[in-house]
Design a protein around this ligand. Structure first.
Ligand code: SF4
Length: 79
């Protein structure tokens, strides 16, 4: 049996640039976890915007990921 907590305390993390990411917060019924909404899609009432589209683009407001799956978003708050 593997202890993941013990591994996390002793592992060293590499930072490797150039990842070809595919990340979005578009609602999807088949996903088994909760997701928050993209504020840009919410403001426009659509699902047009994605954080990173593999082989294509990265959203102008995307600022990366906080472990393990939190999107860092700089979309300006309209309020
Ligand atoms: S970075 Fe922000 S604004 Fe851009 S697609 Fe992701 S959640 Fe939406």
């Amino acid at each position: 049996m593997t202890c993941l907590i013990g591994e996390a305390m002793t592992e060293s993390i590499r930072e490797l640039r150039g990842g070809n990411m595919d990340i979005d917060l578009v609602p999807k019924q088949s996903l088994q976890w909760e997701r928050e909404s993209c504020p840009w899609n919410t403001a426009e009432g659509n699902s047009a915007h994605k954080c990173a589209v593999k082989d294509t683009s990265i959203c102008r407001y995307f600022r990366g990921i906080k472990p393990v799956d939190t999107v860092l978003c700089a979309y300006p708050n309209s309020s």
